[in-house]
Design a binder for this molecule. Sequence first.
Ligand SMILES: *[C@@H]1O[C@H](CO)[C@@H](O)[C@H](O)[C@H]1NC(C)=O
Ligand SMILES: *[C@@H]1O[C@H](CO)[C@@H](O)[C@H](O)[C@H]1NC(C)=O
Ligand SMILES: *[C@@H]1O[C@H](CO)[C@@H](O)[C@H](O)[C@H]1NC(C)=O
Length: 238
Amino acid sequence: MNTVLLLVSLLICASPLILGQIIPTRGGMSGNGTASLYWDCCTPPCADKNNVGYRLSTVQTCQKDGVTKNDRDDNIRAGCQPGVDAFQCNIMQPYVVADNVAFGWASAKLPDDFPQCCMCLVLSFKGKLAGKRLLIQNVNTEGYNDEASFKLLVPGGGVGDSGPGCMTQWNTTMDVWGNRTTGVENVEQCKLLPEALQPGCRFKFEFLEGIDNADVEYQEVYCPMNIVDKSNCDYMYE
Ligand SMILES: *[C@@H]1O[C@H](CO)[C@@H](O)[C@H](O)[C@H]1NC(C)=O
Ligand SMILES: *[C@@H]1O[C@H](CO)[C@@H](O)[C@H](O)[C@H]1NC(C)=O
Ligand SMILES: *[C@@H]1O[C@H](CO)[C@@H](O)[C@H](O)[C@H]1NC(C)=O
């Protein structure tokens, strides 16, 4: 068999692995921390041009439908601004890429340093979810903490103290989003969420097995293209 054919067939067999491939950065940040969930429908700090460094682009934001992209040159600020048509894009829900591996986004706080916008980290779960890994791209600039913490962007994960973001975006009552901290309680309640966000809500009960917080070990990794394509935000490694 010639080498090219062999390589091609290897690539085809290995493609799920390539998609789920997780490559640590050299000398990157690592440690232990905790993870909880949220989805407040508002634009994250890394969507705000004033918050990101010179090497970085901003996280894509969307209009009320969660699909139509805002122009980067619009003056997008972090959080839900009354009267401003800028919200979290639906595409930034977590998704499974391979057995026990998923990709998504999170608001990170790290003890080592302020987390950079759009850097990626892999979280290895401990306890009930041991063996599962979630690669996240950071959307937070406000984070410095003695202990590392990650707020995973998961619809149905609790709207936090953010006010009426989700009600404004989706014209819903507050109660469909569940408890402000812990979110919806079971997979049946996911059906009350806007249809576009239901896959991410089911992720909470399938991949994350219904937990609302967990201990994790984290390690900085290169961002997969698949993540960068969705958030439109690329972290340039030096
Ligand atoms: C996380 O904590 C465990 C147990 O204390 C320790 O062995 C491990 O080295 C820590 N991981 C990192 C990346 O610091
Ligand atoms: C919002 O929901 C209410 C109650 O279901 C409905 O009467 C109203 O027309 C909706 N508004 C918009 C802008 O969709
Ligand atoms: C929401 O969940 C938190 C943490 O479990 C709990 O302390 C609080 O009472 C709950 N709030 C409501 C309104 O149920």
